[in-house]
Design a protein around this ligand. Structure first.
Ligand code: FRU
Length: 494
């Protein structure tokens, strides 16, 4: 049975999406069908296709009553919208169906596990949100909420856990057919931690252990955890709120964190070895992963961040995009990310230049566009007299440009969207340390109309930014202070 609230949302999205032309959207990044999108949810391969659900307020281009939107894809790049699947319509989630995940049941149905939010009035007229974990089961199109919801509540929290910050379950099936999930939580002092729960059937859950605890290191509340095995290690990813900067590794505000270590399945304990940021740009948050049928671990994130969402004018009919799906691995103890190889099937016309000497600003014939895949290898023209700066400017016309620049003496790369049409006093630049010796660096830049994802040194780092300039700003230019030499190959993506 579809509730009235869900029926209304489905009608609304179907009617209103007709006002948005394909050219107003990114081409191969999923954007909100109408209204507002945040976190990826329930990312899965189910019944022969990829499913991606998302935090969704169809009625307005600002965050609001959270629904789950839905889209499917055969190749992770071309998405078709399906009707929304969850609306905040039940006693246990009346103030929001927050983030969650999915798993396939032995009978072939798909189980969604998500956070139900109910506002609790406070003296003085304000509210606090009680968060519990809930379940819905369905067939890839329609989902029925479980009648014994919620399945995890404050009663299941370990000592000192806050019932106001208990959200974003990520569920998986173990080899023995039992289930586990990790959920973000914090102490009543708002110190983040990730809790591990277990279940024999996916419906009845019990507390297992505290998988990881912040102890004041990385921000406060830890949102949207994911936990999986990768290349012989175990990886915990989470998105901490209220970070303070640490060198060039972590920045202020909402960040992304990857902890690599080892896991003892019997006790449910995780021993951390290293930590790093997941994305070093501006617009990336709350990533979630899946294992594809051919064994790849693919990660997708919300290509936006809470502190920067007012970059886009809320008068627009949609706000919020997903990042490119990225294939992840661990190499030399670090998380490596590469665009899914399916992207190569979209490569059209190739334009290639080798050994181009750059001493000032130049343009290269045939190199322009807002839907491109471009690889650049940079090296010094004269090793004894190192260039001071190299830059690529794109989405450029007489007024606008977005850029990435590299200073070899400091091994620093910078993304800059200050001149990309923003009218808000928010962060527009971000710097990151890169691995570079002798002034050599490799960049792969993927543009899809309103975003740039810059993969450094074959995926050692990624810097993601969004910008919303007019599509006629499609110029690309190269600049060097000193003498830099580049090879460049550019493909239009079609
Ligand atoms: C992360 C987040 C989640 C929450 C959702 C609400 O971006 O804050 O913790 O479930 O967004 O929309």
């Amino acid at each position: 049975m579809i509730s009235q609230a869900l029926h209304k949302a489905r009608k609304y999205e179907e009617t209103m999406e007709a006002n948005i032309s394909a050219a107003e959207r990114p081409e191969f990044h999923l954007s909100a069908r109408v209204g507002w999108m945040n976190d990826p949810n329930g990312f899965s391969y189910y019944n022969g296709e990829y499913h991606l659900f998302y935090q969704y307020n169809p009625y307005d281009s600002v965050w609001g009553p959270m629904h789950w939107g839905h889209a499917v894809s055969k190749d992770l790049l071309h998405w078709n919208y399906l009707p929304a699947v969850l609306a905040p319509d039940s006693s246990f989630d009346k103030d929001g169906c927050f983030s969650g995940s999915s798993v396939e049941l032995p009978d072939g149905r798909q189980l969604l596990m998500y956070t139900g939010v109910v506002k609790l009035p406070q003296p003085g007229g304000s509210f606090k949100e009680i968060q519990t974990q809930c379940i819905a089961v369905g067939d890839g199109s329609n989902y029925e909420k479980y009648d014994a919801n919620p399945v995890l509540t404050e009663k299941d929290l370990p000592v000192g856990g806050s019932r106001y910050d208990f959200r974003d379950p990520k569920v998986w099936k173990e080899a023995d057919g039992t289930y586990r999930c990790v959920v973000g939580n914090c102490t009543t002092q708002r110190d983040g931690r990730i809790l591990l729960f277990k279940s024999t059937d996916g419906f009845h859950w019990e507390y297992n252990s505290i998988l990881a605890a912040n102890n004041g290191r990385f921000g406060k509340m830890w949102e949207c955890p994911d936990f999986f095995e990768l290349d012989g290690k175990h990886v915990l990813i989470t998105s901490p709120q209220d970070m303070m900067p640490k060198g060039f590794e972590y920045h202020n505000g909402n960040g992304t964190l990857c902890l690599i270590g080892s896991y003892d399945k019997e006790t449910g304990s995780f021993v951390e070895e290293t930590d790093q940021s997941i994305d070093y740009g501006i617009d990336f948050y709350a990533p979630q992963t899946i294992l594809t049928p051919d064994g790849r671990r693919i990660m997708i994130g919300w290509m936006q961040n809470w502190d920067t969402c007012n970059l886009r004018d809320p008068e627009q009919p949609w706000i919020g995009q997903m990042s490119l799906p990225r294939e992840i691995s661990i190499e030399n103890g670090r998380l490596i990310q590469r665009p899914v190889h399916e992207l190569e099937n979209m490569r059209g016309t190739e334009v290639r230049y080798e050994n181009v000497v750059i001493t000032d600003t130049i343009r290269l014939d045939g190199i322009h566009g807002r839907k491109i895949d471009m690889e650049i290898s940079i090296r010094p023209g004269d090793e004894k007299n190192m260039f001071r700066k190299f830059a690529v400017r794109f989405a450029q016309d007489d007024i606008y440009r977005t850029s990435v620049s590299f200073r070899p003496a400091e091994s620093i790369i910078k993304v800059d969207r200050k001149f990309s049409g923003s009218r808000r006093a928010i962060i527009h630049q971000r710097r990151s340390l890169v691995n570079s010796t002798d002034g050599k660096l490799k960049l792969r830049i993927i543009l899809d109309r309103f975003s740039a994802e810059i993969f450094v040194n074959d995926g050692e780092q990624v810097l993601t930014i969004t910008f919303y300039t007019d599509l006629s700003a499609d110029g690309i230019s190269f600049y060097a202070d000193g003498v830099a030499v580049i090879d460049v190959v550019k493909y239009d993506l079609i």
